[in-house]
Ligand binder design. Structure first.
Ligand code: PEP
Ligand code: MG
Length: 753
């Protein structure tokens, strides 16, 4: 067994004494690479460190040609070393020259080495260099060897940070910050605009000591910190904000479970046993978790690794005793910047100054996204290169509308956004003041505005916006955040809360629309070529009827004595709907057998999201109490145009004549049959589109809570008769879209769009 595996402690001590010893920094660095090469049984060991401008420079090597030192430079992302720096993850290859990112630098003479193992040198989450070993013979390094090299890289990071190994002026920890304005793209996870100074989420966790003096002491420090961390989590769960339960409390409870994870603790204990300090051990194991996470494709599981990240940070802080800084005090408008952030950590920031969150990772299903929505803070995720482009204290503007983050924005951009923000705030205040006014046109036509919801945190918006009910309750949201299939009683609780909050107002529950872009953790699926048209929504429900039966049961229990509105998603043919209704009927009958109070009445609806169904409208409308048009899906199938494909994003317009003619036909059919029809896609939330829809005869729209104010204001400024004449005369236009004509009409008639 190689020395490093049997005697890791000895190696760490040896390295530490070399690094802390006397002599020129360069001599010490040269000795370090020699010791590592010997211990790793490697022919090459090299250290690359970051310089300003995103450059990685070869600072020391054992095995490569000496003249390459301080000559060989690679950009972050260039070559294998650049790839390690870019990803911040280890790279283990048995045939390095065959890797597509391999670049050959003749001055190094490295072409004879086949195997390559590179690990990032990380300081406070940022890559400050890369440590590499290479061998002539092709082989894959064993997991213990990868771990050993990661451990060594931590010791090097400590010395780099302290400035004793290399003069700090020679280095740049922030590889790509240039002072120039930068705009990066991301993905909107929670909507809104926010601006403030960049606050790095983990500035305090700098590990200053990596090598243990005494293993027993470190073991004790680790155990005590684990106990303290659990205590803190218990207290957090009792937080008054969570007193009423709901998703965010459940999130934290799942999260608390991780704090008791035995595997995690064992790994940290092993790391202490290998000679690291308690804090370095926690960080080491976290680096491993991160590397594993990179390979996981399942978004839900990836998010759970970020929960561990949160716990690890917390643990390190406890170990290092920096309780005083525990909660980052924000004192001015701030934008939180992080690779990722855990749900509990987010709750510890002062909401008062938190204007936005921007993340390198994150996803719509992440726990932190749910908490952020509950806090009303916009989140932009998936921003590549974020951490290398922004410095703490710099001005940052986040706009989830156009999915951009502006770093060090030019003055004109700042001014524009200040104005936008002010306007937004003024408008919000005005909408709030108009909350109780009816959504009625100037010529007296009443339009019903419902809101869309999916989580308990959305419910207060019912009263705040003055919406007349919930036109679409997306029940799958609860399933997406739950690690296991929610039990009937858990589901009942949520549905009951929604009905309670709504009082006399209707709540339309849509049965599970999982699959597609809404994965759930408990139902593994095969990779699908085209998930939007795949095994999703009602297709899953009919293939797994128990899932649907339990959900319907929970809905019926929740509605006892009240009216239940239930609708089914992605119905493609009447026969499918009838199968759903039969299952519902059985559940209603089951109530009687079990002596449960049934709902006062059950109203059954159907979503129109698949175009085929519109050729069975006559039949369909006899089967249902209401119809809901889901334009988000309907329109992507109508135009055969993937709504997630950025190249097609502006290809077709929803104000195109064929769309309007199609919707007009559906609305008329519903009116003739006396079946109420609502539109619940995003389209209805944009005033100009909503204006076209009411002109087509639509009288019920269900939209996101933030759209209620602007749409109502538009409605109150139109003369419907005049608008209708205009729109219907344009519906046969051969143009690509009638948007421009509508905008002009609105301007000419003082319509507030
Ligand atoms: C729709 O498709 O329009 C809809 C409302 O459903 P979702 O956005 O949840 O797919
Ligand atoms: Mg849909």
């Amino acid at each position: 067994m190689p020395d490093h595996v049997s005697q890791p402690r000895l190696l760490l001590r040896r390295l530490h004494s070399v690094m802390a010893g006397s002599g020129r920094p360069q001599d010490r660095l040269d000795r370090v690479v020699r010791v590592i090469a010997q211990n790793m049984v490697a022919e090459v060991c090299s250290i690359y460190l970051s310089r300003a401008g995103g450059i990685l420079e070869l600072f020391a090597t054992e095995g490569l040609k000496e003249e390459a030192v301080h000559q060989t430079r690679l950009r972050v992302g260039e070559g294998l070393v650049g790839l390690v720096a870019e990803r911040g993850l280890p790279l283990n290859l048995s045939e390095a020259p065959q890797h597509p990112r391999f670049v050959y630098r003749p001055e190094t003479g490295e072409d004879i080495y086949h195997s390559f193992l590179g690990v990032p040198i990380l300081r406070t989450g940022k890559v400050v260099g890369v440590l590499v070993v290479q061998n002539v013979a092709p082989r894959r390094y064993k997991p213990e060897e990868v771990e050993a090299l990661q451990t060594i890289s931590m010791v090097i990071a400590e010395l780099v940070g302290s400035g004793t190994l290399v003069d700090k002026d020679e280095l740049s920890e922030d590889t790509a910050t240039t002072g120039e304005p930068v705009t990066l793209d991301g993905m909107s996870l929670a909507g809104g605009v926010g601006a403030g100074v960049a606050v790095f989420h983990q500035p305090q966790v700098k590990i200053t000591r990596t090598v243990a003096d005494d293993v027993d002491t470190e073991r004790l420090r680790l155990e005590e910190a684990i106990a303290e961390m659990r205590l803190q989590l218990e207290q957090l769960i009792e937080h008054p904000d969570l007193a009423h339960g709901g998703e965010h409390r459940e999130v934290l409870e799942t999260y608390r479970m991780f704090a008791y994870d035995q595997g995690w603790q064992e790994k940290m204990r092993d790391a202490v046993q290998s000679g690291l300090t308690a804090e370095a051990a926690v960080d080491r194991v976290q680096q491993e978790n991160r590397a594993r996470m990179y390979k996981i494709r399942d978004p839900y599981l990836r998010e759970r690794v970020s929960d561990f990240e949160d716990l690890a940070t917390r643990l390190i802080r406890i170990i290092q005793g920096d309780d005083s800084d525990y909660r980052t005090k924000l004192s001015e408008d701030s934008v939180l910047v992080a690779r990722n952030i855990g749900p509990a950590e987010l709750m510890e920031y002062d909401k008062q100054y938190l204007r936005a969150i921007v993340l390198e990772e994150g996803s719509a299903t992440s726990h932190v996204t749910i908490i952020a929505r509950a806090m009303g803070v916009p989140v932009l995720g998936r921003v590549q290169g974020l951490l290398t482009h922004v410095e703490a204290g710099e001005w940052v503007i986040v706009d989830t509308g156009n999915e951009h983050v502006y770093i060090r924005p030019a003055d004109d951009v700042v001014e524009t956004y200040k104005a936008t923000l002010e306007l937004q705030e003024r408008l919000y205040a005005e909408y709030a003041a108009e909350r109780d006014l009816p959504a009625e046109t100037m010529d007296g036509h009443k339009i019903t505005l419902f809101m869309n919801a999916g989580l308990l945190v959305d419910l207060p918006s019912l009263d705040n916006t003055g919406a007349e009910g919930i036109g679409l309750f997306r029940t799958e949201f609860q399933f997406m955040v739950s690690p296991a299939l929610p039990r009937v009683d858990e589901q009942t609780k949520i549905y009951n809360a929604a009905l309670d909050a709504a009082g006399d107002r209707p709540v339309v529950f849509r049965t599970l629309d999982i699959g597609g872009d809404k994965p759930v953790p408990f139902l593994p699926r095969d990779e699908e070529e085209n998930p939007a048209m795949g095994w999703r929504a009602i297709r899953i429900a009919l293939d797994r009827p128990a899932l649907l039966r339990y959900q319907l049961r929970a809905l019926l229990y929740a509605a006892e004595g009240r009216t239940l509105h239930v609708m089914f998603p992605m119905i493609a043919e009447v026969a499918e709907l009838r199968r759903c209704k039969a299952i519902l009927q059985k559940e209603i009958e089951r109530l009687k057998k079990h002596d449960r109070t049934p709902p006062k009445e059950v109203k059954v609806g159907c979503m129109l999201e698949v175009p085929s169904l519109s050729w069975q409208l006559d039949l369909l409308l006899k089967e249902i109490d209401f119809l809901s048009i889901g334009t988000n899906d309907l329109m992507q199938f109508f135009f055969a145009c993937d709504r997630g494909n950025p190249r097609l994003a502006n290809r077709y317009d929803l104000l195109a004549p064929p769309v309007l003619a199609f919707l007009h036909m559906i609305i008329r059919a519903c009116d003739n049959a006396g079946v109420p029809v609502t539109l619940c896609g995003e389209m209805g939330g944009r005033p100009i589109e909503a204006m076209a829809l009411v002109a087509l005869g639509l009288r019920r729209i269900s939209i996101s809570p933030t759209s209620v104010g602007p749409v109502k204001r538009m409605l109150r400024s139109i003369n419907l008769k005049q608008l209708q004449d205009f729109l219907l005369s344009n519906i046969t236009s051969p143009e690509h879209s009638i948007r421009d004509s509508l905008v002009n009409f609105a301007r000419d008639h003082n319509i507030k769009v």
